[in-house]
Design a protein around this ligand. Structure first.
Ligand code: PLP
Length: 391
């Protein structure tokens, strides 16, 4: 092995995450490392909490980044809120709700799965029926933005139904935060987790979470200890909580947090609503180009995520070969299908810093070229013009 430093190539990241990271965020991460109890750093942590409250649209005091990726945010919600014997109703319309089930069962709870078609939004009526059939359920959990399929569900309505049946609501907002409308307080979401590498466009490895008062009550009144020492909020809050004294719990990922702080500052500079609108505008331009080319969306209109576009692979096309040609010839990464959709779809992300007109044009031109060379049944030479007309 040759000992040398690692120099990754410059890619354009248009998959299901990570998204492109702004040079401003990368530069922030290269600043001098501080101690995790340094007063200057602690001050930044407080600012970080306010910035996260802004992004989540919440006043929840317990709003902070977990020191690990989105999956750890998911576990933080489940290990703290689910006690042995608790029944949890999980709405599933893609891959990620399957992980929620794993979490519930490993916490000693019982998962009741409410199945929806993959590629569709969650049907609120099915949740209503499941809660009527399971009056002892304590928690409802669902994914707001299903990155595995590109479907967006009506979180506000699903949370209302959960509350009407006396349940707390846990929401996966890993892909929605920053990219589409999400109002934690107005929608009365009890516990929510997200990730930094999707529409927030920071590097992967952190998971913003937020907990409302009813969730905190349930955590305080637990009869059993949280099974995970690292993710036990009672302990984590000794470091992230209280405005005054902070005690060591774990060494925070200091420089990664500088990056998250910078990416949230960028979000605030742009304005949250403007960011949602930008994601929608670029999605419409990409859609115009893809449809002009003759490609079709998996998710019906009205249920589509602007930040994750699932496209059916045309008949007879080797989907893996297309992705590897895009990567080698254009430095462009798009995503493959996941779970039941593997081999059948491409997932084109327009997340955060990656959601811009330049990337829309690049992706369309690159697909036109690569699919053309493979003699795929598409209309050639029309996609970029269609996107331009939309932009
Ligand atoms: C990416 C993703 C996760 C997992 O996040 P990691 O950072 O990969 O752990 C969970 N849920 C959804 C909806 C996601 O898109």
């Amino acid at each position: 092995m040759n000992i040398k430093s690692f120099h990754p190539p410059q890619r354009v990241l248009m998959g299901p995450g990570p998204s492109d990271v702004s040079p401003r965020v990368l530069e922030a991460m290269s600043r001098p490392t501080l101690g995790h109890l340094d007063p200057v750093f602690v001050n930044m942590m407080d600012e970080m909490k306010s910035l996260l409250k802004y992004a989540f649209r919440t006043e929840n005091e317990l709003t902070m980044p977990v020191s690990a990726p989105g999956s750890a945010g998911m576990e933080t919600c489940f290990v703290n809120l689910v006690e042995p014997g608790d029944k949890v109703v999980i709405c599933q319309n893609g891959v990620f709700a399957g992980r929620m089930k794993e979490n519930v069962e490993r916490c000693g709870g019982t998962a009741v799965m409410v199945q929806d078609e993959w590629g569709r939004a969650i049907d609120p009526q099915k949740l209503e029926d499941a809660l009527k059939a399971n009056p002892d359920a304590k928690i409802v959990a669902f994914v707001h933005a299903e990155t595995s399929t590109g479907a967006q569900s009506d979180a506000k309505t699903l949370v209302e139904i959960a509350h009407r049946h006396g349940c707390l609501a846990i929401v996966d907002a890993v892909t929605s935060l920053g990219g589409s409308k999400l109002l934690v307080d107005e929608w009365k979401i009890d516990a929510i987790y997200s990730g930094t590498q999707k529409c927030i466009s920071c590097t992967p490895g952190l998971s913003p979470v937020s907990f409302g008062n009813n969730a905190l009550e349930k955590i305080k009144n637990r009869k059993t200890r949280v099974q995970s020492w690292f993710l036990d909020l009672n302990l984590v809050m000794g470091y992230w909580g209280g405005a005054t004294k902070r005690a060591y719990h774990h060494t925070a990922p200091i420089n990664a947090l500088y990056g998250l702080h910078e990416s949230l500052v960028i979000l605030q500079e742009e304005g949250l609503e403007n960011s949602w609108a930008r994601h929608q505008k670029n999605h419409l331009a990409l859609r115009a180009g893809l449809e002009a080319m003759g490609l079709s969306f998996v998710v019906p209109e009205g249920e589509r995520l602007p930040q994750l576009n699932s496209i059916s692979v045309p008949e007879g096309v080797d989907e893996g070969l297309v992705r590897s040609m895009l990567l080698s010839d254009y430095g462009l990464e798009i995503g493959a299908g996941l779970g039941a959709m593997a081999g059948k779809v491409w997932r084109i992300g327009l997340m955060g810093h990656s959601s811009n007109p330049k990337n829309v044009r690049l992706c369309l031109a690159a697909l036109d070229d690569v699919l053309g060379r493979l003699n795929a049944p598409i209309q050639r030479g029309v996609a970029v013009a269609a996107a331009n007309a939309s932009l």
